[in-house]
Design a protein around this ligand. Structure first.
Ligand code: OAD
Length: 249
């Protein structure tokens, strides 16, 4: 599929600063469901019951069971060619980073560098009350063992950002600094529906960066993109890498 038009190809040199802004779609080809597609999690489940403090307080066991199910699912899959290509891109363009809404840790597993996890990480456990990270088993049985408690007495919760919560301040601020400096931003596999993260491709565009979208579907950002490639990221990113590698060699 890729064949970058000349005017965009010319924007790439080894000094080009690149950000890869990613959403659930980049992990779809690893076998992890997205949220808003036809078979996505939010087509079956109520996000407010499973991904909000109110939902957790109402039924912590239900919420933990869902996150434990997702932990097990993620542990059973591998990064796909989309993630792997980013590692290759980052060797060709050392001044680059990954800004992700994903909590699955697959970018790190694939060897990507400079990763900003805006929505936390599903393998981290925190105290609901004091927010301290807790060293507890990754998989447990809430019904049999109960939900672990922090020394402060607070219940353990998954270390992800829920609806109505703020993004981690330092991570967001560092990511925004990157967004202000990049020459090119790829927005990959995100519906650009959840703010403030969804603002990132718009900000990059407003700051003069070239923004290329990779997503089989249209999104609210598509009409703002310098180029939209409507195909799966596990197909597009490897081809794009080969094309740029050949052009810069
Ligand atoms: P969504 O589920 O909203 O969007 C996934 C996007 O990936 C859609 O636009 C799909 O078209 C696209 N897609 C599907 N398969 C793809 C593939 N193989 N290659 C490329 N793109 C593909 O996921 P996010 O935008 O990540 O937050 O959602 C943002 C946030 O909403 C998530 O971080 C999560 C969710 O609620 C919280 O839980 C706080």
């Amino acid at each position: 599929m890729p064949n970058l038009p000349d005017h965009l190809l010319r924007r790439f040199t080894p000094e080009t600063r690149i950000a890869f802004f990613t959403g659930a779609g980049i992990s779809a080809e690893s076998g992890i469901p997205t949220f808003r597609d036809k078979d996505g999690y939010w087509s079956k489940y109520d996000p407010m019951r499973l991904a909000s403090v109110q939902g957790f307080e109402a039924d912590p066991e239900l919420v933990w069971n869902w996150y434990l199910y997702r932990r097990e699912k993620i542990m059973s899959v591998k990064p796909n060619p989309g993630h792997a290509s980013i590692t290759k891109f980052q060797k060709l363009f050392p001044d680059s980073c990954v800004i992700t809404q994903n909590v699955d840790g697959l970018h790190k597993q694939a060897g990507n560098q400079n990763i900003y996890e805006l929505h936390g990480n599903i393998f981290i456990t925190r105290c609901l009350e004091c927010r301290q990270e807790m060293d507890v088993p990754m998989i447990f049985d809430p019904a049999k063992e109960g939900i672990p408690r922090c020394d402060c007495g607070g219940l353990a919760r998954p270390g992800v950002v829920w609806f109505g919560e703020s993004l981690p301040v330092q991570t967001l601020s560092d990511a925004m600094t990157q967004v202000q400096q990049v020459d090119v931003l790829f927005t990959i596999g995100s519906s650009t529906a959840v703010y403030p993260a969804a603002q990132i491709p718009f900000d990059a565009r407003n700051n003069g960066a070239v923004v290329i979208e990779i997503n089989p579907d249209q999104t609210p950002f598509t009409s703002h993109a310098d180029l939209a490639m409507h195909a799966p990221s596990g197909v597009v990113l490897p081809q794009l890498f080969e094309e740029l590698y050949a052009a810069l060699a």
